[in-house]
Each structure stands twice: as structure tokens, then as C-alpha cells.
Design a protein around this ligand. Structure first.
Ligand code: DX5
Ligand code: ZN
Length: 240
């Protein structure tokens, strides 16, 4: 007969394990700061320094005032041999229309913003049905409470630490309380989604974000400007 653990005991175990075993930190270099004339080489530079994730910023000129690349670029990276985990950040006014093409192109995780009006929960479920992990993203001006009801439905929460649209912007230190709030909910509920930060992340700001509960660090400018990328990757993940 199947042994059942009492629900109260399961909550206690979750609480204890989430406190004792935080998720290992991960670096996700952002391709946006790579060489757009040779994105495959930029992806190789990420793989060569041992970072398993590649953050892919998809912009539509509507939700954000900039344009980048689409699913064909991800498919081309796969054809060029990239085995990186493609962490795909959709900055789109209508992300629900593009889930299929990005999953088909080889995305491993697809994150969608909470701000536009569409069926968020249904879209997250569809991302999972297509075999990808799913994430929800909040802009700096959007409170954490806007995504609280979705925390049990996601593999990742992305807290933007700049207004999205461009790389190279200064880190928004006023986002640290939002990280603490979401990390607090994660612990209290025994959830295991990753907590990612994106925008203005370098060795110093990464440390502040990790102290506030973030475990997944997107770094564009700071990573691609680093002369020794392997040393940068090792240093940003070094235990405090
Ligand atoms: C901003 C993008 C970021 C960007 C971060 O809209 O979502 O991923 O690449 O770039 P840096 O690290 O340069 O701030
Ligand atoms: Zn991003």
C-alpha cells in the first residue's frame, strides 16, 4: 500500500529542505550583448566558460521599444551545434502567439511577462505541454503581488532589475525588496522555482541579488566585456 505523508508534515519537510538546500546558483549570459554578426560564436564563448544557460532576449518593438531576433535564430544556434539551455525571455505584447514556434526552435525555458492582458495561466500550461519549462516575468514598476497567484505554476520567476528593452542599463537597487518578498513566499510555501534577475548584473550587483534570494543571474554587458569569461563565471557563482 502506498505510504502517504501527512500534509502538515510535507509542509514542514518542504520548509526545512528549502531553507537548508537553496538552489545552486546559475549564470545565464545574455546573447543580446554578444556579436550579432556571429551569434554562434558568442554562444560558443558561453559554453566554453562552462555556463550551461544562454539567455535569449526576444523583443517585438511593441511591448518594448526595440527589436532583436526570433525563433529562427534559436533554431540556427541549434543547427550550429549549441547544446546550451536556452532561457528564452519573451518581451512581446502577444507572447501567447509565439510559444509554439519558440518551443519548436529549441527553447528549453520560455518566460512571459505578466503586464500584457492575455491568459497567463493557460499560456504557462501550454509552454509545459510543449515540453519546455515556463517562467513569469515582472517589470520594475509591477508589484510582486501581481504574480503571487502563479507561483505554483512556474519553474522560474524573473524579476527585471532594469526597464526591459536595452542592455547596458544601471541596476535598479530598489528591486531588492521585491526579490526578498518573492523568495519569502517561495520558502513559506516550499516551492522550488528559480528566482532570476536580469539587467545591470555584474559581480557586485549579483552578490546583492543573491543575498536577497536570487539564484539565477542574467549578465549581458558584464559577461561579454569580461576579458576572462571563465574567471567571471567562476567569480559570480562563488559562495558568499
Ligand atoms: C533587457 C534584457 C536583458 C539584457 C541585460 O531588456 O532583458 O536580458 O540583455 O543586459 P545587461 O546585462 O547589459 O543589463
Ligand atoms: Zn532578458
Amino acid at each position: 500500500m502506498k505510504q502517504m505523508v501527512e500534509p502538515w508534515l510535507a509542509s514542514v519537510i518542504c520548509l526545512l529542505t528549502s531553507d537548508l538546500m537553496p538552489l545552486p546558483p546559475l549564470l545565464a549570459p545574455s546573447l543580446l550583448a554578444g556579436d550579432h554578426a556571429n551569434l554562434a560564436a558568442s554562444a560558443r564563448a558561453v559554453a566554453d566558460c562552462g555556463a550551461p544557460w544562454l539567455h535569449c532576449d526576444i523583443m517585438d518593438g511593441h511591448f518594448v521599444p526595440n527589436l532583436t531576433f526570433g525563433p529562427e535564430t534559436l533554431a540556427a544556434l541549434r543547427r550550429a551545434g549549441s547544446k546550451l539551455f536556452l532561457d528564452t525571455h519573451l518581451m512581446l505584447a502577444e507572447p501567447q502567439k509565439y510559444i509554439g514556434p519558440f518551443a519548436q526552435a529549441g527553447a528549453n525555458l520560455i518566460s512571459i511577462h505578466i503586464e500584457p492582458a492575455y491568459d497567463h495561466r493557460g499560456t504557462l500550461a501550454r509552454i509545459r505541454r510543449l515540453g519546455c519549462q515556463c517562467g513569469i516575468v515582472v517589470n520594475p514598476g509591477t508589484p510582486a503581488s501581481s504574480i503571487e497567484h502563479l507561483l505554483g505554476d512556474v519553474d522560474l520567476v524573473l524579476v527585471m532589475t532594469v526597464q526591459p528593452g536595452f542592455g547596458g542599463q544601471p541596476f535598479r537597487r530598489d528591486m531588492l525588496p521585491k526579490l526578498r518578498e518573492i523568495d519569502g513566499w517561495r520558502r513559506a510555501r516550499g516551492l522550488d522555482f528559480r528566482l532570476e534577475v536580469d539587467g545591470g548584473i555584474d559581480l557586485a550587483t549579483a552578490r546583492e541579488c543573491r543575498a536577497a534570494g536570487a539564484d539565477t543571474l542574467v549578465a549581458g554587458t558584464s559577461f561579454f566585456k569580461a576579458a576572462d569569461k571563465a574567471a567571471f563565471a567562476a567569480e559570480i557563482l562563488r559562495p558568499a
